[in-house]
Design a protein around this ligand. Structure first.
Ligand code: ADP
Length: 372
């Protein structure tokens, strides 16, 4: 089969005209950061910030066009406006010599699963850790990126101390424990360093943690996103080449619309939502093993059905979940027979399946050979 190359992609993109200027997007220099790897194509279209929302049909057009080319397995196209935002006079011409290669997929990493939540404190990080460890026990080569740079929790939750080293002086080797590779801002700064980040700094910190790390070959990279659904999260969701996202919610959080905001955020940037996980679904009393529905168990499941999103499973409030987290021994490893550990394992299986479904549905059926 013909494999797509830069020339073919550019030739095709040159057929697309920018409605605001009438120029084609290649000669207008709007296409940046083109990356092609094994049939996976990614690039950005630089637009004027004031045209942002208007340009979505153009983005979609470019994506569909490239996706339909023979040999293309997946296409990721993002709109970016940041350069023009810094210099509005600078029309759509990208500044030369700036590295744009940071927007494509991660070499060697087959899929990226973002774990997100509408707000903090719902157990997003706990879920990300246990999900990553469970995925690895399913036989997947797994990495975990702590993108929650405001409050990195992975060093503590995974019991990892020390700093990552660099073999080549350029890229960092990830830390490892429980069979997964981990990178977190928590490894790079002291525990008590106050961190005040502005939007662009957050982005570049995250991109470095993603791209300047020797992840090696990974089947899946789980990304613990920062909590919330503000602009930073939105931009980040755009910058990380995410295969799919899972939303962690408590029963009352979904009632308060927070989780729905998370859902909408990913829909806005065309990232498939793999499903919703209900955390702190009910209280499992350690004394008598009884279930107590503190927050109105089942809300996420009902809401997922209503919103047409998969329900990936529910995790009870179990004291051992918090204890094992605090001790740096994720419950799926340290207490595999608990209800929560089994819930995480089932969730991992569903996440794996949902990721595979997304990947296979974005692949192109090979062209039929017609003999005349
Ligand atoms: P987030 O990442 O959403 O801010 P965390 O994962 O840090 O949330 O969880 C917040 C607190 O709740 C932590 O102390 C964690 O150990 C605890 N926690 C999370 N999920 C559960 C659960 N299912 N049962 C008991 N405690 C939990």
């Amino acid at each position: 089969m013909t494999m797509p190359n830069k020339e073919i992609i550019e030739q095709n993109l040159a057929k697309i005209l920018d409605p605001t200027t009438g120029k084609d997007i290649i000669s207008a220099g709007m296409v940046t950061g083109l990356q092609i790897k094994d049939g996976h194509v990614a690039f950005a279209i630089e637009v004027n910030p004031k045209d942002g929302a208007k340009m979505e049909p153009l983005r979609k057009e470019a994506e569909t066009l490239i996706q339909n080319l023979p040999g293309v397995i997946s296409t990721t196209v993002v709109l970016t406006a940041e350069k023009q935002a810094e210099n509005p006079q600078n029309s759509a011409q990208p500044s030369r010599g700036e590295p744009n290669e940071n927007k494509g997929s991660l070499p060697g990493v087959s899929s990226i699963v973002a774990v997100a939540s509408g707000k903090g404190g719902v157990g997003k990080s706990t879920t990300a850790v246990n999900l990553a460890v469970s995925l690895s026990t399913l036989g997947l080569k797994t990495g975990l990126l702590d993108a929650d740079i405001y409050g990195p929790s992975m060093p503590r939750m995974l019991g990892i101390t020390g700093k990552p080293s660099s073999t080549d002086g350029k890229t960092l080797d990830p830390m490892e424990n429980f069979g997964i590779k981990v990178m977190s801002m928590g490894f790079l700064v002291e525990d008590d360093t106050p961190m005040i980040w502005r939007g662009p700094m957050v982005q570049s910190a995250l991109e470095q943690m993603m791209r300047d790390v020797n992840w090696g070959e990974l089947d899946v990279l789980v990304v613990d996103m920062p909590p919330g659904t503000g602009d930073v999260q939105l931009t980040m969701a755009q910058r990380v080449p995410v295969t799919g996202a899972v939303i962690v919610s408590t029963p009352q959080d979904i009632a308060l619309l927070d989780a729905r905001k998370g859902l909408n955020m990913f829909r806005k940037v065309d990232i498939p939502v793999l499903g919703i996980i209900e955390n702190m679904s009910y209280f499992l009393c350690p004394d008598n093993g009884k279930k107590y529905d503190i927050f109105g168990h089942g809300g996420a499941k009902r809401e997922a059905e209503r919103l047409g999103v998969k329900f990936l499973g529910e995790v009870p409030i179990e004291i051992d979940v918090r204890k094992t987290s605090d001790e740096g021994h994720p419950i799926v490893i340290s207490m595999p027979d608990t209800v929560s550990a089994q819930a995480y394992n089932e969730i991992a299986i569903r996440v794996k399946e949902a990721t595979e479904t997304v990947q296979s549905s974005s692949s192109v059926t090979p062209p039929k050979i017609v003999i005349q």
